[in-house]
Design a protein. Structure first.
Length: 612
């Protein structure tokens, strides 16, 4: 055997010492790192080295862990990881000889599972063959939980969400995408999967995101697997890396088919409106208009200034309410005149209302122009008719006054002269004079009744007061007593006591007319009975005669002015019962006629009781 020299021995010692220092240095470096690091022999998957973090994680010291299988320590199982279901970077590095990294799940010594990012770097022998790997496990449990929370949020979103690569491939998508597009998968080109196109869409907002690094928005149509087309509002936003480079784009597709239909329906409704409708911008330009506007103003177009298009003015109209809308955010109304292209003018009623954005700012105004030209002309006609009616009423009042005073004055003179003539016993034609007096008296009654009816028709400035109904009736009976005696008619007055009512001074006319009517239509030597009955909230006054009665077909007509039944030997205008009906209406009561079981008629008048 050949013995080494002293120099050789010294060299080996130096080398050994150097290797020891190198090993200590490596251990120091590895122990200073926060990730769990192990050195694994790829031939048998046994651990040949670890750092402090690895030992603490699995509650082992260096001597205990050396020689154990990696899967025994990190997975607490007896067999290696089995790709592709359980991806292992060690097998990937062994296969490729290169660095590999995968997300993995490790089991700690306490049985708790945690997400780790595992990377493996190859250690080669002199022949370049992988004999060991540096196995680095970084705890990413918090990151994974955050990612899962984000994924849950994204999956809960009703909108379709895609993350797209610069190559226009779908990297990931949410649950809404999987539900709406079950046929596509991650890795597909978005233009092929969504639009059945071989090339990128010309209107694509995602390509603009990668080009300009800015958010893009647009509308487009997509055909679903069932053949149905939907309209989507697409929002594409960039995703940046740490260097500020766009590494992906998020595309959000919102189904606005329902909204578009609603917008179309609203547009159809607006176009169906007969009124002119304009949407006007803050700078007083026409944004849009309906069909009525296009028909009435074919010469104007969207984008024109409204004051120029409608009123041929260079400046905003001084009476314009649209400007007020932009100032105070409230609705404004006014009338104005517009000259049409054919030169004719129309009067319009303008209603201007604000349109707000989500922040409550007025972004535009809706102006509705309602053509009131015919209405204005009708108002002028009505105004003229009203003035004519006022003049006619003045003439009627004048005629009533003349009839009431001047005509009655002359009738009084005729009657007085007839009485003087009758007092002269020398005249033999007293019967003729008597006829003159009778006619004069009846004419007075007619004029007086007509005057009363005219006053009741106007029904102005009526004063109401509490009175006793029984007293009113008795006063009427007393005034007509001579006429009862003249025909030998017996008047039977049954009511006793007080019957309070709220009435007017002309109320006596009711009973004067009812009693007069009974006298006129009753035969001589008969009777007329007056009574007051309790009719719940009303007092019912009845006047029963023993005359010929009223046929059913006349029971309602006789209360209308100038309608009366015929009676031989009796003449009159029929105004009396019209007065009764009018007074009943004024009191909120009623009047009518019934058949008298004993023969004749029973006229009644109902008047509300005075409230206690």
């Amino acid at each position: 055997m050949k013995m080494g020299t002293k120099g050789d021995t010294s060299g080996r010692k130096k080398k050994a010492k150097g290797e020891k220092h190198s090993k200590e240095f490596v251990e120091t470096v590895l122990n200073s790192m926060d990730d769990a690091i192990s050195i694994i022999d790829v031939r048998d998957f046994k651990i040949v080295g670890t750092n402090r973090v690895f030992n603490d994680l699995y509650d082992l010291n260096g001597d205990e862990v050396i020689g154990k299988y990696c899967y025994e320590v990190t997975h607490q199982r007896k067999e290696p990881c089995a790709p592709p279901d359980d991806l292992c970077p060690l097998t990937e590095t062994l296969k490729t000889g290169k660095f590999a990294v995968f997300d993995h799940i490790h089991t700690r010594h306490d049985g708790k599972k945690e997400f780790v990012e595992v990377s493996t770097s190859p250690i080669l022998d002199d022949a370049g063959k992988v004999i060991q790997v540096v196995h680095v496990a970084r705890n990413i449990t918090n990151r994974k939980q955050s990612e899962q929370q984000i994924k849950n949020i994204i999956d809960a979103a009703p909108d379709v969400i895609h993350v797209i690569s610069p190559e226009m491939k779908i990297i990931t998508r949410n649950a809404a995408s999987k539900k709406l597009f079950p046929h596509i998968k991650e890795g597909d080109y978005c233009h092929e999967a969504l639009h059945k196109r071989e090339m990128v869409c010309a209107h694509c907002g995602v390509t603009k995101v990668f080009k300009n690094a800015e958010k893009q928005e647009h509308e487009s149509s997509i055909k679903l697997p069932n053949g149905k087309k939907i309209t989507v509002y697409s929002t594409s936003s960039p995703i940046f890396d740490e260097m500020g480079n766009v590494v992906a784009a998020v595309e959000i597709l919102r189904d606005i088919t329902g909204r578009k239909k609603a917008e179309q329906q609203l547009k159809d409704i607006i176009n169906a409106a007969p009124d002119v409708i304009h949407v006007i911008s803050p700078d007083m330009k026409l944004i849009t208009r309906n069909d009525a506007s296009k028909k009435l103003f074919p010469n104007i177009k969207e984008g024109d200034f409204c004051h120029t298009a409608l009123h041929k003015r260079d400046e905003v109209c001084t009476h314009c309410r649209v400007t007020e809308v932009f100032k105070d955010g409230r609705k404004h109304e006014h009338e104005s005149t517009i000259t049409l292209p054919n030169g004719s003018t129309i009067t319009v009623y303008s209603t201007s209302s604000p349109i707000f954005d989500e922040s409550g700012n007025v972004i535009s105004a809706v102006e509705i122009l309602h053509d009131i030209t015919k209405r204005k002309k009708a108002e002028e006609v009505i105004w003229k008719y009203t003035k004519d009616l006022e003049n006619a009423n003045k003439l009627k009042d004048l005629f009533t006054d003349i009839m009431r005073h001047d005509l009655l004055n002359h009738l009084g003179i005729i009657r007085n002269l007839a009485e003087l003539v009758l007092e002269d016993n020398k005249l033999d034609d007293s019967e003729d004079i008597q006829m003159i007096m009778s006619s004069a008296r009846k004419l007075e009654e007619i004029v007086d009744a007509a005057s009363t009816y005219a006053k009741l028709e106007s029904a102005e400035h009526i004063e109401w007061k509490e009175m006793d109904l029984n007293t009113i009736i008795k006063d009427a009976e007393e005034s007509l007593q001579p006429y009862f005696e003249e025909k030998h008619i017996t008047l039977k007055h049954i009511p006793k006591g007080r019957y309070a009512v709220n009435t007017i001074s002309m109320a006596e006319e009711v009973f004067v007319n009812l009693l007069s009517n009974a006298i006129k239509y009753s035969d001589e030597s008969t009777s007329v009975t007056v009574d007051i009955e309790d009719a719940n909230e009303n007092w019912r006054v009845t006047v029963a005669d023993q005359g010929t009665g009223v046929p059913d077909e006349y029971k309602e007509k006789i209360f209308n002015r100038l309608t009366r039944r015929k009676k031989d030997g009796v003449k009159g205008s029929g105004i009396g019962l019209a007065i009764v009906k009018r007074l009943a209406d004024l009191h909120g009561g009623s009047a009518g006629v019934l058949d008298n079981p004993k023969g004749g008629s029973i006229f009644y008048f109902e008047i509300p009781k005075k409230e206690k």
